[in-house]
Write a protein that binds this ligand. Structure first.
Ligand code: ZN
Ligand code: ZN
Length: 345
């Protein structure tokens, strides 16, 4: 049973399974009422520090049941976004998180399964009438990517500025900010609700980093009463362990290597990764986190709860939950939660 307060929005059965009928109604009454009022737009938690898993599929593999990587952090109902893979905008709407209210987006790295919906999100914020600034924070390349998002929306902007007599432009609102990927945790953001620190993780091998300026980071979000760490994509990372020290929740990517190899061979047989399948496989197996290592990092950091996300192979294979949970529990004695899209923690 999930000891922390985790629920899947709009699934009353899952609530009851997790808490029993009484617990579900006590903990989640506010959004169950909303859910009843409008099945399509549940109301996310408006108090405390909560995480909504928006996309939990590992890799650039959008599926019907698991979207690409994204999580919303809600601090007293105010949303912040961590990563923005394909499907994020739809997942925000499904969770009832107002995309127009997102003022800060934290990108762990610039692989497209973490950024693909940024153009959709920002341009739709503008189209739907947000007029306040939105800042996208991430490692090298983030600022340039936001400029590209604005360029992507140029025609839409030009049409609506004329046709709807609007005055605020996306270029007035959207800013990207490149942060350094440091070897020890460094503060990258602070407002009156939240402090965010980042550290470089180990998603990019040293030999790759010698040939490109791009980097990959993990984030720690400290808000009153609760600290949440997002691993980003990484293999075992001592920097991540340091960042996550004594955190309440570590949201960590996780991979079943053998199951992914089987899924990968099927994908190659269907024509995927035609350019260099073994190069892709090397990337998958060397730069992600086997389940035992997710547990090991959680144990070494001394976190309370380990939440598995960016699940590999995830929805590419229908494995029982225990396939993921058991190896992580071998190395971590705390609570382990298998992430699912729309799970609220
Ligand atoms: Zn990824
Ligand atoms: Zn990646």
């Amino acid at each position: 049973m999930c000891m922390i307060r985790c629920v899947t929005l709009s699934r009353r059965g899952a609530l009851k399974a997790a808490f029993g009928a009484a617990g579900a109604s006590a903990i989640s009454r506010s959004f169950l009422v909303q859910d009843g009022a409008s099945a399509q737009s549940p109301s996310p938690p408006s108090t405390g520090v909560r995480v909504v898993l928006l996309g939990t599929q590992g890799g650039p593999n959008y599926t019907a049941t698991r979207g690409e990587c994204a999580s919303a952090l809600l601090v007293e109902g105010v949303p912040y976004l961590v990563d923005c893979g394909y499907g994020t905008l739809a997942a925000l709407k499904k969770a009832g998180v107002n995309h127009r209210q997102i003022a800060y987006v934290f990108i762990s790295h610039l692989h497209d399964d973490h950024t693909a919906d940024l153009a959709a999100l920002l341009n739709r914020q503008w189209t739907d009438g947000r007029i306040e600034p939105t800042t996208v924070i991430g490692p090298y390349g983030t600022a340039k990517m936001v400029e590209a998002v604005i360029a992507f929306g140029e025609a839409n902007t030009a049409i609506r500025l004329v046709d709807e007599a609007r005055s605020v432009k996306p270029s007035d609102m959207f800013t990207g900010r490149d942060i350094a990927a440091t070897s020890s945790p460094a503060e990258v953001f602070r407002d009156d609700r939240l402090t965010v620190r980042a550290v470089e993780n180990t998603h990019y091998p040293a030999e790759s980093k010698q040939r490109m300026p791009y980097r990959s980071v993990a984030y720690r979000c400290d808000a009153p009463g609760r600290s949440i760490v997002f691993s980003g994509d990484t293999s075992y990372s001592s920097g991540l362990v340091t960042l996550a020290k004594e955190a309440d929740v570590l949201v960590c990517e996780a991979m079943d290597v053998a199951a992914m190899r089987k899924a990968f061979e099927g994908m190659v047989a269907r024509g995927m990764y035609a350019d260099n399948p073994e190069g892709v496989w090397r990337h998958i197996v060397n730069t992600h986190t086997p389940l035992e290592d997710a547990g090991r990092m959680a144990a070494e950091a001394g976190v309370r709860t380990l939440v598995l996300t960016h699940i590999i192979p995830g929805a590419l294979d229908s494995l029982p939950d225990e396939t993921y949970l058991a190896p992580a529990r071998k190395t971590f004695r705390g609570e382990v939660v298998l992430g699912r899209d729309q799970l609220v923690l």
